[in-house]
Ligand binder design. Structure first.
Ligand code: ADP
Length: 384
C-alpha cells in the first residue's frame, strides 16, 4: 500500500545519515516530507509545528538521546509512533526502548528495513486510531441508548401516574351514579325507563370494574407496592379459588380438575396468588365457548422454580394474538367480548407474577384450547 506524502520528523545530527534515510524510504515507495532537527530545543519546537505521522530518531546525540525524546513525545503526542535509527544498539538498550513503548528500531547498516518498519508503524497507528474511533462511537451509542431507556422509564412512570389519577377522579361520580340509578329504577313504573336504567347500571358497573382494574395496574406498577411473601401450599390456594367459583362452573357446565401435588410449596403473597388464579380460571371459563369443557390446573417443580399451568378446552388463541394478550387493554377479538371484559386481567397477572420474580406465558390452538403458564419461586424439598 502506498502511503501518500507522510510527514516525518528526523532527530539526527548527521546530514549524510538523514539523506541516506530519505533515499531508503523513497526507494521503498514512500512519498514523504522530512524535517531534520538535532537538539532538544529544536525537537520540542518542531513537535508542535506540524501534524507528524512518525518520528525517526538516532539513539545518541551530543546532548540528547532517543529515550528522552520519546518521553517528551509520549507526554505531548502519545499517538505518534517513533522508530530508532542507529548505528549500534545493544540488546539491553533495544529491550529498554521497546519496553518504554518505542515502536521499533532499525540499524543503519540495514537501512533497507527502514521502509517496511515505517509502513508497519503507520498501519499500526491507523488501526489503533480506527479502534479508538470505534470505541468512542460504541460509547456514544451506549450513552444514547441509556438515555432513551431512561426516557422510556420516565414516560411509563408518567403513564402509570396518569392512570392512577384518572381512576381516583372517576371513582366519586361513579359512586353517585351507582346510588342514583337503582333509585330511579325503583321509582319508575314505565318499562322503557326500567330497561334504560338496567342498561345504564350495566354500563356503570363496567366502568367501575375498569376503574378498579386500572387502579390495580397503577398500584402494581409502583416500585413501592409491598408483597407479603410467605411459604404457601400451592394446591390450597387453587382449591379455595375453585370453591369460590363453583356456581360458575356448574352454570357453564365446566369440569374443573386441580391435580397440583400437595407437597409443592411456593414463596408467594397469598392474596395476590389467589387473584392470579382467579383471573386465569375466570378467563378459562369465559373463553371456553358455549359447550362446557374442562379446565385442568397442574404444577411442576424444577429445582428453584415451580411452573403452574391452567389448561382449558376453549376457543384457543393464535400465535399472533398470544404476542399481545399481556398488553394493557388488549382484547384478542372484540366481537367475543361483552361488558365483562376490560382487557386488563392478563396485564394484572403479568405484574403479579413479575413482582414474585416469575414469568408468565401462554400457548394455544384455535378451537382446541389454551394453556397459561406462570412460574414462582419454589420452597419444595426435592428428594434425590
Ligand atoms: P379480558 O378482560 O378481555 O378477558 P384479559 O387481559 O384477561 O382481558 O385477556 C386479554 C385477551 O386474551 C382476552 O380479551 C381474550 O381475547 C384473550 N384470552 C385470555 N384468556 C384466554 C383463554 N383462556 N382462552 C382464549 N383467549 C383468552
Amino acid at each position: 500500500m502506498e502511503i501518500k506524502s507522510i510527514k516525518i520528523l528526523f532527530l539526527e545530527d548527521s546530514q549524510d545519515d538523514y539523506e541516506l534515510n530519505i533515499i531508503s524510504l523513497k526507494k521503498s515507495g514512500l512519498n514523504l516530507q522530512g524535517v531534520r532537527v538535532e537538539t532538544k530545543e529544536e525537537f520540542i519546537e518542531h513537535l508542535d509545528k506540524e501534524a507528524w505521522d512518525i518520528i525517526l530518531a538516532d539513539y545518541n546525540l551530543p546532548n540528547f538521546n532517543a529515550l528522552e525524546a520519546y518521553a517528551l513525545l509520549k507526554e505531548r503526542y502519545p499517538d505518534i509512533p517513533m522508530i530508532i535509527v542507529t548505528g549500534v544498539l545493544t540488546e539491553d538498550a533495544a529491550i529498554a526502548c521497546i519496553e518504554q513503548g518505542i515502536t521499533n528500531y532499525v540499524l543503519k547498516g540495514n537501512l533497507a528495513r527502514l521502509g517496511s518498519a515505517v509502513k508497519q508503524a503507520l498501519n499500526k497507528r491507523h488501526l489503533e486510531e480506527a479502534r479508538k474511533n470505534y470505541e468512542k462511537e460504541l460509547e456514544k451509542t451506549y450513552e444514547e441508548l441509556k438515555q432513551r431507556a431512561d426516557d422510556i422509564k420516565e414516560l411509563l412512570r408518567q403513564k402509570d401516574e396518569f392512570i392512577g389519577q384518572l381512576g381516583h377522579d372517576l371513582k366519586t361520580p361513579l359512586s353517585v351514579l351507582m346510588t342514583i340509578l337503582p333509585m330511579v329504577k325503583e321509582d319508575s313504573d314505565k318499562p322503557e325507563v326500567i330497561d334504560d336504567c338496567d342498561m345504564a347500571i350495566r354500563n356503570v358497573n363496567y366502568i367501575k370494574n375498569l376503574v378498579i382494574e386500572t387502579l390495580k395496574i397503577a398500584e402494581l406498577s409502583s416500585p413501592y407496592v409491598e408483597f407479603d411473601i410467605k411459604n404457601t401450599t400451592l394446591v390450597e390456594i387453587a382449591d379455595n379459588v375453585i370453591k369460590d367459583n363453583h356456581l360458575v362452573f356448574t352454570k357453564e357446565n365446566i369440569k374443573i380438575e386441580n391435580i397440583i401435588d400437595e407437597k409443592i410449596i411456593v414463596e408467594a403473597d397469598q392474596l395476590r396468588l389467589s387473584e392470579l388464579f382467579n383471573n386465569l380460571i375466570s378467563n378459562a371459563v369465559k373463553y371456553s365457548g358455549n359447550n362446557g369443557g374442562k379446565i385442568t390446573i397442574d404444577a411442576h417443580n424444577n429445582k428453584d422454580t415451580v411452573t403452574i399451568s391452567i389448561t382449558d378446552t376453549g376457543i384457543g388463541l393464535t400465535k399472533e394474538k398470544i404476542e399481545h394478550i399481556f398488553d394493557e387493554f388488549y382484547k384478542a377479538d372484540d366481537s367475543r367480548h361483552n361488558l365483562e371484559s376490560s382487557g386488563l386481567g392478563l396485564s394484572i397477572c403479568k405484574r403479579i407474577v413479575e413482582k414474585h420474580g416469575g414469568k408468565i406465558w401462554a400457548e394455544g390452538e384455535v378451537d382446541k384450547g389454551s394453556t397459561f403458564y406462570f412460574t414462582l419461586p419454589s420452597k419444595t424439598h426435592i428428594e434425590e
